[in-house]
Ligand binder design. Structure first.
Ligand SMILES: Nc1nc2c(c(=O)[nH]1)N[C@H]1C(S)=C(S)[C@@H](COP(=O)(O)O)O[C@H]1N2
Ligand SMILES: [Mo]
Length: 397
């Protein structure tokens, strides 16, 4: 299958650091995501990654195999999911001519080199990046779009500079409303997203150069990407090279038409209902997952079973994780302290295994702002923001 052949082109280094990717030989095996037509290839060595679930080759769409989340709090770069909208992805960047241009409703236009950006104070944030369409394949009824399982998310340590440092140097004029970010993707409509001024001026919003201590690989947006902790990853514009301050709301395709949900409190509606007013996707509601057991696993009767997993919320820090066998009586899990407000939090508990037969396991998270995962899954036509309580069916023998 020669269309899987990895590119031999290399990147130029970022400020002397070589970002050239080494490609392992490609191997492919079958995997099955938990929905109809869920058969996929597991590929190893594609785009410099380790074993990943192949959703699409061009533009690359790679899903993290779920067992990776059980191995550690931080998702390794070579197992981190990948999503690009178009195949016109910028693989080769000349770091000597690259500029970050800041213009629009500003006091001073800027054209910053990578060295200019590196001279600003560094800042590091651990945060979950989750595609708004993560888990879309589980929507019922099914909806069009990338048919992800639960692996379009990852937790990384992002390092760069606060976007605010750059905005302050440009000076926002009175009446600024939104900040629009564009990447180097060439195909129209050119990818771009915007943030309200207040969100953009949060010190934790980064122009990141590094991920888990390594320069960003091209698939994750070398040489600069936006990191918006708590917000769905659609806002995390890769290869960001253009920042435009607007004095009106952004009417760009990616804000005005795409990545929107019904204007209801939870962003959901009834299948078939006429499309009412919509609103742009923003912060991530809480989610939690068991990572050490899979649906259909066998457990021995009348023992204590360790259960563990991850939880996160983009709206406020995770406050509580609970497990249940029936969806009505809930038991508190222990929450690890490690992780920070924007990252994965690990949790664990001991679950008594009952008599031989079926045993369900559900887990739900609540955050400090009082958001709790709903028991039944909501639905919207874009297949966005799934955050229902997930359940496993275990077989007790
Ligand atoms: N330039 C650019 N940035 C982009 C996109 C894109 O297509 N082009 N896709 C966005 C979407 S929808 C997601 S989910 C994340 C995926 O980031 P990752 O590939 O680093 O995991 O990048 C975001 N930033
Ligand atoms: Mo996404």
């Amino acid at each position: 299958m020669d269309h899987f052949a990895p590119s031999r082109r290399h990147f130029m280094g970022l400020l002397g650091v070589t970002a050239a990717a080494a490609f392992a030989p490609l191997r492919a095996t079958d995997v099955r995501l938990p929905f109809d037509n869920g058969e996929r290839l597991m590929v190893d060595g594609f785009e410099g990654k380790g074993p990943m679930i192949l959703q699409r080759t061009r533009a690359p769409l790679l899903e993290t195999p779920f067992e990776v989340y059980d191995r550690g709090l931080i998702t390794p770069v070579d197992r981190f999911y990948v999503r690009w909208h178009t195949a016109s992805t910028p693989r080769q960047i000349d770091v000597s001519t690259f500029r970050l241009n800041v213009h629009g409703h500003v006091e001073r236009e800027l054209s910053l080199t990578l060295a200019d950006i590196a001279s600003l104070p560094a800042r590091e944030v651990t945060a979950v990046s989750q595609c708004a369409g993560n888990s879309r394949g589980l929507f019922d009824p099914r909806v069009p779009g990338a048919q992800w399982g639960n692996g379009a998310m990852g937790n990384a340590v992002w390092r760069g500079v606060s976007l605010r440092q750059v905005l302050d140097r440009a000076g926002l004029k009175a009446g600024s409303v939104a900040i629009r970010f564009r990447g180097l993707d060439a195909a129209p409509p050119q990818f771009g997203k915007s943030l309200g001024v207040d969100v953009a001026r949060n010190d934790d919003v980064l122009l990141a150069t590094h991920m888990n201590g390594q320069p960003l690989p091209w698939v994750h947006g070398f040489p600069l990407r936006l990191v918006v902790p708590g917000w769905f990853a659609t806002y995390w514009v890769k290869t960001v090279s253009d920042i435009e301050v607007l004095n009106v709301e952004d009417d760009n395709y990616w804000m005005a038409k795409a990545y929107r949900v019904p204007g209801t409190p939870d962003g959901n509606t009834t299948p078939g209902a006429s499309a009412g007013a919509t609103t742009p996707i923003s912060t991530m509601p809480p989610r939690s997952f068991v990572t050490n057991l899979r649906d259909g696993d066998r457990l021995r009767a009348h023992r204590l079973q360790v259960i563990r997993g991850i939880a996160f919320s983009g709206k406020a820090a995770v406050r509580r994780v609970e497990w249940s066998n029936d969806g009505s009586s809930w038991h508190r899990c222990s929450l690890d302290t490690e992780g920070g407000a924007y990252g994965f939090r690990r949790w664990h508990a001991q679950m008594p295994v009952g008599s031989p037969g079926q045993q369900r396991l559900l887990v739900r998270a609540a955050d400090a702002a009082g958001n709790v995962q709903p028991l039944t899954a909501g639905w919207n036509p874009g297949g966005f923001m799934r955050n229902a309580v997930e359940s496993l069916n275990l077989v007790v023998t």
